[in-house]
Design a protein around this ligand. Sequence first.
Ligand SMILES: Cc1cc2nc3c(=O)[nH]c(=O)nc-3n(C[C@H](O)[C@H](O)[C@H](O)COP(=O)(O)OP(=O)(O)OC[C@H]3O[C@@H](n4cnc5c(N)ncnc54)[C@H](O)[C@@H]3O)c2cc1C
Length: 452
Amino acid sequence: MAERSFDVVVIGAGPAGEVAAGRLGEAGIEVALVEQHLIGGECSYYACMPSKALLRPAELLAETRRVPGLRVDGLDAAAVLARRDEVIHDLDDSSQLPWLEQRGVTVVRGNGRLEGERRVRVGDDVLVAGQAVVVATGSGPAMPPIPGLAAARPWGNREATTAKKPPESLVILGGGVVGVELAQAWSSLGTRVVLLEGAPRVIVREEPFASAEVTAALVGAGVEVRTESRAVGVLREGDEVVVQLEDGPSARGAELLVAVGRRVNTDGLGLETVGLEPGKPVEVGSNLRSPRHEWLYAIGDANGRALLTHMGKYQGRLAADAILGKDISLRSDGALSPRVIFTDPQVAAVGHTLGSAEAAGMVVRAVDVATSGTAGASFVGRNTPGTSRLVLDDVRGVIVGATFVGFEVAEMLHAATVAVVGEVPLERLAHAVPTFPTRSELWLQLLEAAGL
Ligand SMILES: Cc1cc2nc3c(=O)[nH]c(=O)nc-3n(C[C@H](O)[C@H](O)[C@H](O)COP(=O)(O)OP(=O)(O)OC[C@H]3O[C@@H](n4cnc5c(N)ncnc54)[C@H](O)[C@@H]3O)c2cc1C
């Protein structure tokens, strides 16, 4: 056994861990970054990147069909999957290493496990952290305790984003972000998809109109969307997986994808050796530090606060700053974080929905307009469905939430994020003039609808 000393040990090289390690390394701190699988984490290989690679061709195809004068003859599934493989670097992480090396970060391959205060065991070595240990171990798919589910060998996000060919048919358990994105992606490549959701609507945390508009698109693409469908049993019958439901006929498919939420990767991390509970998110305050240990930080999915790559990276930057001695506090967090669902239509939202603002006791009102009702939309996303909404707090004169549903609205979200997080006064926003003819004139319409 060898003991090696560092200032900081980061466990997990997903987006959150990489960003924290890189920022600390840049500041001259000696950092060890421990990774048991691929540098880049779930996001780069099995989550964000492959899912977007699978979704983009069909989105583009639909748009080209709306633009007169173009001749396009459909999707080539094999080529789409080859491009997906290119995006995930064929599961090879060597291209991620130079960025870390340039910052002086020491990459340690293997499983990291806490072994008491500031000590992390990796194989035969113990890495001793003089200053801090940062847990950035991410998450995997949650497997609900449904009889027969595990024995049916269901897909999680890894299998569903890296499959070598489209399955003939696919049952998806869970109509959250992962469920709706992968339903649309595989359906566009020829798979017959049944999407099962226990709640009365898919993407239940977003505005009801977003659920309705995404559902309409999925149904239009041939996906069978079954809401209020709770699975009570799963079995494999020959080549098929059968999902038995509380009510109604069973759903059958060649594969079953479980997308009912995430489980943090904190089992086997040795949390019990420092008095914390394994298998749960590592609790941290808005300073990203454990209230129990001033040397322990948790960032990204591992702390359970906001399971999104950009939020994990944001937390990585702030945790690094805290370790470097700055006074930090999260200003963007949890369910109010900016978020995008990359279906076609996309759903891009930040801050509150009308429902969540009211539930929080705020006095708010909503203004809605059609997303494609601008001159700019004559050229981009012509005649596409979708609603956009601002949630306004008239007492404070600010926007507390925004949701855009429509073709390629993801890139329009950041202006809303600036307005919501920056609490920009509404009367000042009225002077932020969107250019003509762009789809940003949507802002003008929303502000006019708000009475400005
Ligand atoms: C299908 C899908 C699509 C998604 N799309 C998006 C999207 O478009 N945009 C978005 O913002 N978010 C998206 N997400 C969420 C996003 O993937 C996660 O929020 C993000 O990956 C979290 O980053 P992380 O660094 O916290 O953890 P991860 O990316 O999970 O990385 C954690 C790393 O830690 C390693 N590790 C774990 N335990 C140990 C250990 N004990 N020792 C050593 N290493 C360890 C793992 O091997 C892994 O590499 C998606 C998720 C899914 C499932």
